[in-house]
Design a protein around this ligand. Structure first.
Ligand SMILES: Cc1cc2nc3c(=O)[nH]c(=O)nc-3n(C[C@H](O)[C@H](O)[C@H](O)COP(=O)(O)O)c2cc1C
Length: 205
């Protein structure tokens, strides 16, 4: 069982990394493998809406997005973590997620998703809501915690002083582990849910 974790911060040892560290420790206790990919420091541009991925089966820009895609395909869960920038996720992470979810055709249903945001003071919930949208449109059950998955801090390291925030992260990891293990058992017992052919109505005739 494996969880892929994306860190949207440009800081390898910043507050978002420390929040992810809380999850990582719990996953280790739960015998779940983890891999963290540092996204925020990469040179990534946004989706150009060329629709080339529909033919290629991957993004036409062969960068970190396609590398993440193959790891995501094999993972049982995806954690997406972001520092809050102007009440939104970091722009580099958003560019990666737009292209990752749009360009990949593998079935993401029943892979567990979890988002978390870290900020100094405000906009953490709106950024958190935005990240959850990628999971919801993909049939991915979302792991939740004892509160919205947010923690406060500004300078690197400060987030550790947010004891409630750090507990939220640990609880999130325990809930996510339980969900992934339960889904694995459920798949054995019942298989995966039936999938109808996609009906696309754009309300344009
Ligand atoms: C461009 C920019 C915009 C920011 N906007 C917000 C914001 O809207 N709300 C907030 O609470 N913090 C904001 N912050 C603060 C960061 O979210 C905060 O310092 C966070 O802990 C950084 O995480 P990191 O150490 O993982 O990079 C902003 C920081 C930057 C650089």
């Amino acid at each position: 069982m494996k969880v892929l974790m994306l860190n949207g911060s440009p800081h390898t040892n910043g507050n978002t990394a420390l929040a992810l560290g809380q999850l990582e420790a719990i996953f280790e206790q739960e015998n779940i493998k983890t891999e963290i990919i540092q996204v925020g420091s990469q040179n990534v541009h946004g989706c150009t809406a060329c629709y080339g991925c529909a033919k290629l089966g991957k993004c036409v820009f062969d960068d970190i997005v396609n590398k993440i895609a193959s790891k995501f395909k094999r993972a049982d869960g995806l954690v997406v973590a972001s520092p809050v920038y102007y009440a939104a996720p970091n722009a580099t992470l958003s560019a990666v997620l737009d292209r990752l979810f749009f360009s990949t055709q593998f079935d993401k249903a029943m892979k567990v998703g979890a988002a978390l945001t870290v900020g100094r003071r405000g906009g953490l919930s709106t950024a958190f809501d935005q990240l959850n949208k990628y999971f919801m449109i993909s049939g991915m059950p979302i792991a939740t915690s004892q509160y919205w998955n947010c923690a406060h801090g500004q300078k690197p390291g400060e987030v550790l002083q947010d004891e409630e925030g750090m507990q939220i992260m640990r609880t999130l990891a325990r809930h996510m582990a339980f969900l992934m293990k339960s889904i694995a058992l459920g798949k054995e017992a019942y298989g995966v849910p039936e999938r109808e052919d996609f009906i696309a109505t754009n309300f344009v005739r």
